[in-house]
Design a protein around this ligand. Structure first.
Ligand code: HEC
Length: 160
């Protein structure tokens, strides 16, 4: 067997290289290009839009809830009133219509508290407060929200 000439080897290499280049380009070997994803169908587009709207609505609802929570004052607790006998009864009887702020800002004599019970009934239709319960509540009010020194009457709507 005779040895190959330089030219024969050269031609052989060129042919092999050309074949490799052609088959590679045809995708017969080597890494293949990733195919483009197909364009979304109208149904997929509609679904995506609906999902985005749903997420936006959920976010708006959460924001509204947070706003309401921040704006809502927590319910008053009995302990806002001064500690003492009759506090529970006073809190229960007097917070049906308004907060205790009106009470806490007041400084009345026992007689004026007593008159106020009738005023609350006559003018604001409070259940008539009578008997032992009336004594207990009026005593409580006079003891803890009685007249202060040099201050016979406090306007409950002013911070003085
Ligand atoms: C039936 C509803 C109702 C009940 C129950 C009620 N109040 Fe009132 N009270 C009112 C209304 C209405 C006002 C007037 C509020 C205003 O003017 O903004 C008022 C006003 C007041 C004031 C301010 C009066 C002033 O002239 O400074 C005080 C103090 C007060 N209430 C104390 C009490 C106490 C103490 C009790 C419990 C014994 C009580 N309220 C129970 C309806 C009620």
């Amino acid at each position: 067997m005779r040895a190959l000439s330089f030219n024969q080897v050269l031609v052989g290499l060129i042919v092999v290289t050309a074949l490799m280049a052609m088959t590679h380009r045809a995708g017969m070997w080597g890494a293949r290009p990733v195919p483009e994803p197909p364009p979304p169908t109208p149904a997929a587009i509609a679904f995506q839009r609906a999902e985005a709207e749903r997420a936006a609505r959920a976010a708006a609802a959460a924001a509204e809830q947070a706003r309401l929570q921040a704006a809502t004052r927590p319910a008053e607790e009995e302990s806002v009133l001064a500690e003492g006998e009759g506090r529970s009864e006073t809190f229960a009887y007097c917070t049906a219509c308004h907060s205790t702020a009106l009470i806490r800002r007041s400084a009345f004599s026992r007689q004026r508290w007593d008159e106020l019970m009738d005023w609350m009934t006559n003018v604001h239709r409070m259940n008539p407060l009578e008997g032992e319960l009336r004594t207990l509540i009026v005593d409580y009010l006079a003891r803890h929200y009685g007249e202060r020194e040099g201050q016979a009457y406090t306007n409950p709507f002013l911070n003085n």
